[in-house]
Design a protein around this ligand. Structure first.
Ligand SMILES: [Zn+2]
Length: 499
């Protein structure tokens, strides 16, 4: 008898429906799995055989053929153990009940019949709804937070016996995930702790409001890292779906997720390999750019990163995702992050300093700056030049907390979402969209054109200014972009030469 059991395969973070076809006959002996299985699936044979043996179902004198379809997609991971075992039992008529196509099974098997969690489990579960399942049997992992997927009944199982009992309508011990996804927000670094840097704080508020990438230049120890680390605290918190997406990505990368409710902050070292930053590898895994999805990617000492790594950032910055091509499969991971790049003004770090002499030659400085190519520099809407803050003379009276700034950011985001009709920020808006919907009146446009002529600004620079000016006006709650907003945007983009 041939049976069909439904399961879920993973292509990056994206799940798709896999049909596990099993034929078990009494003639001959053997166990074959076809349908582009990888090594871990080929080993399924041994695990499934041993499990069924321990459950009192030896496969002696049986010939088993398993076909995983769609057959053109390479499949990986041990998650098909459970559907294969169920398929064999059904094919041998050891499960009498019919199993509808809207029921899915995922899980790795241990030799004693336990069902074990696997990397990417949550991503697979999240795909269940899209595929059209209304029931999913999956392994229990007490480390996962509570998962609620509308319209999908999730049944956590810890052994094959549990699955069989549940299928036959008997009760099984119900397993619940205790960890709740809370709304509570806690940030380690708060803007209130940062002394001085009022210009940088304002620029970061604008960056958070409109999703603008930020480039910071300043001497060592001037506070670049501190500002970047505090930045997630002024970003809007993650929604429920975004939190689950974040945990899925971390789980897929085989990493512990720390704090789930706040946007991620990733700061890979410049010596990290391209694969670890971009993602990929023999068994593709998300890289730092995907772990930073919906949060911040901070590249300190940006000039020290390899040219290859920096160039590969261009695709995710444009599209919000990264596609990695493997033999017979293409894996895509989400990677929509806000990039903060930082570097010293010169190799020694003291160019422009009031208290130290720079010892670099002009040539050294130029070649240092050239390490970041034009196309990458173009991606930064905001360029900041930072100086060290004199802690004693800092004249700030009252420092704002991140929560206060975040409120303004949230409001400015609402304005943008309403204007564009979906969740898009000004940092991603095109030239045409800004001119059509951005509320730019003729006087503002002619001021920009006049200055652009004087400054010899490219279209790219003008686009940055339009985007920034729109965000500044959104923070002010203005329907039309003001002259003042435009002037501030011109300063922020860092392209202004004194004439
Ligand atoms: Zn120097």
């Amino acid at each position: 008898m041939i049976t069909k059991i439904m399961s879920i395969g993973l292509k990056g973070l994206e799940g798709y429906c896999v049909q596990v076809e099993v034929q078990a006959v009494d003639m001959g002996e053997g166990f074959t799995i076809v349908g582009l299985p990888d090594a871990s699936i080929k080993e399924s044979k041994e695990r499934v055989k041993a499990t069924l043996y321990s459950q009192g179902c030896p496969l002696i004198g049986k010939r088993i053929v398993v076909n995983l379809s769609p057959s053109e997609q390479k499949k990986n991971g041990p998650l098909f153990d459970l559907p294969i075992a169920i398929g064999i039992l059904k094919s041998l008529r050891m499960i009498g009940e019919s199993i509808p196509n809207s029921t899915g099974f995922i899980g790795a098997l241990s030799l004693d019949g336990s069902i074990l969690p696997f990397e990417g489990m949550l991503a697979a579960a999240l795909a269940a709804k899209k595929i059209g399942f209304n029931r999913l049997y999956m392994p229990f992992n007490p480390d996962l937070p509570e998962i609620i997927i509308n319209e999908v009944e999730i049944i956590f199982v810890s052994s094959l016996r549990d699955v069989l009992q549940h299928l036959s309508g008997k009760t099984v011990p119900e397993l619940y995930l205790a960890k709740k996804l809370t709304e509570e927000i806690y940030y380690e670094k708060d803007f209130q702790q940062i002394i001085g840097h009022s210009v940088a704080k304002r620029a970061l508020e604008i960056a958070a409001a409109g999703e603008h990438h930020v480039f910071m230049i300043g001497p060592p120890g001037c506070g670049k890292s501190m500002l970047a680390e505090a930045f997630p605290s002024i970003l809007p918190p993650l929604s429920y779906e975004e939190k689950l997406e974040k945990i899925s990505l971390y789980q897929l990368a085989g990493m512990d997720y720390e704090v789930i409710h706040q946007p991620p902050f990733r700061a890979p070292h410049h010596s990290a390999s391209t694969i670890s930053i971009i993602g990929g590898g023999q068994h593709p895994k998300p890289g730092e750019i995907s772990l930073a999805h919906r949060g911040v990617l901070f590249l300190d000492e940006m000039a020290e990163f390899s040219k290859k790594t920096l160039d590969m950032l261009r695709q995710p910055i444009e599209t919000g995702k990264i596609t990695i091509s493997r033999v017979r499969s293409i894996v895509t991971y989400p990677s929509s992050f806000l990039l903060i790049g930082a570097m010293n003004p010169c190799p020694c770090g003291y160019l422009g300093s009031e208290s130290y002499y720079c010892t670099c030659t002009r040539r050294q400085i130029q070649s240092y700056k050239n390490r970041i190519s034009g196309p990458i520099r173009d991606r930064f809407d905001i360029s900041l030049i930072l100086q060290r803050v004199n802690l004693v003379n800092s004249d700030e009276l009252q420092k704002e907390s991140s929560a206060e700034i975040r409120q303004r950011v949230d409001k400015a985001r609402d304005f943008q979402y309403k204007r564009y009709g979906y969740e898009m920020c000004n940092g991603k808006a095109t030239y045409e969209l800004l001119l059509n919907k951005g509320g730019f009146q003729d006087n503002v446009i002619s001021l920009l054109q006049k200055t652009a002529m004087q400054q010899n600004w490219s279209n790219r620079v003008q686009l940055k200014i339009l985007r920034l000016a729109r965000t500044i006006s959104d923070l002010d709650g203005e329907v039309y972009v003001t002259d003042d907003a435009l002037r501030e945007a011109m300063l922020l983009c860092g392209e202004q030469k004194s004439v």
